[in-house]
Design a protein around this ligand. Structure first.
Ligand SMILES: Nc1nc2[nH]cnc2c(=O)[nH]1
Length: 156
């Protein structure tokens, strides 16, 4: 199928999500070998889950379906450019391509401005609007040491 057709489906999911009052105006699809392997819609407000963005939901469904944590050879179609949280999830999931329709400026125009998050990332911790403070424990590296020594660890 054409990329525009897949994107049309992502936009339709987003449109129906608003119509059905499930959440924000965002929809996403993961496609592999010409088949939809994951679908996602924004469910933040109905599931009380601030991480339930469309792209995250689609990635979760695709990974469940494919029984993997890496979306090799998969394409992600999203009705809007991903926010910084979804961008992180996308880089961890490693799809082959990301296609988006609306831009983050379009999203900002209707109240979903995530520019401030990009700005927070580069700020020194003490200048962030949510304070980040280090708590130094003697055994803080024990999980990392256990990981390094684990012979059957599954890297990702
Ligand atoms: N791309 C995208 N941006 C968002 N901003 C707030 N929620 C979402 C979402 O689900 N997807």
């Amino acid at each position: 199928m054409e990329r525009e057709t897949w994107m049309g489906q992502a936009v339709q999911i987003a449109f129906e999500n608003v119509r059905d009052k499930v959440g924000g105006p965002f929809g996403a699809l993961v496609v592999k070998d010409g088949q939809v392997v994951g679908r996602g819609r924004n469910e933040v407000t109905t599931s009380n889950d601030p991480t339930a963005h469309a792209e995250i939901q689609a990635i979760r469904e695709a990974c469940r379906h494919l029984e993997t944590f890496q979306l090799n050879d998969c394409d992600l179609y999203t009705s809007c450019e991903p926010c910084p949280m979804c961008l992180g999830a996308i880089y961890w999931a490693r799809p082959r391509n990301v296609y988006y329709a609306c831009t983050k400026e379009d999203a900002a125009h209707v109240g979903f401005d995530d520019q401030f998050i990009y700005e927070q990332i580069v700020l020194p911790h003490e200048e962030r609007s949510i304070p980040f403070q280090r708590i130094d424990l003697a055994n803080k590296r024990s999980p990392f040491e256990a990981w390094s020594q684990s012979l059957d660890r599954i890297e990702y």
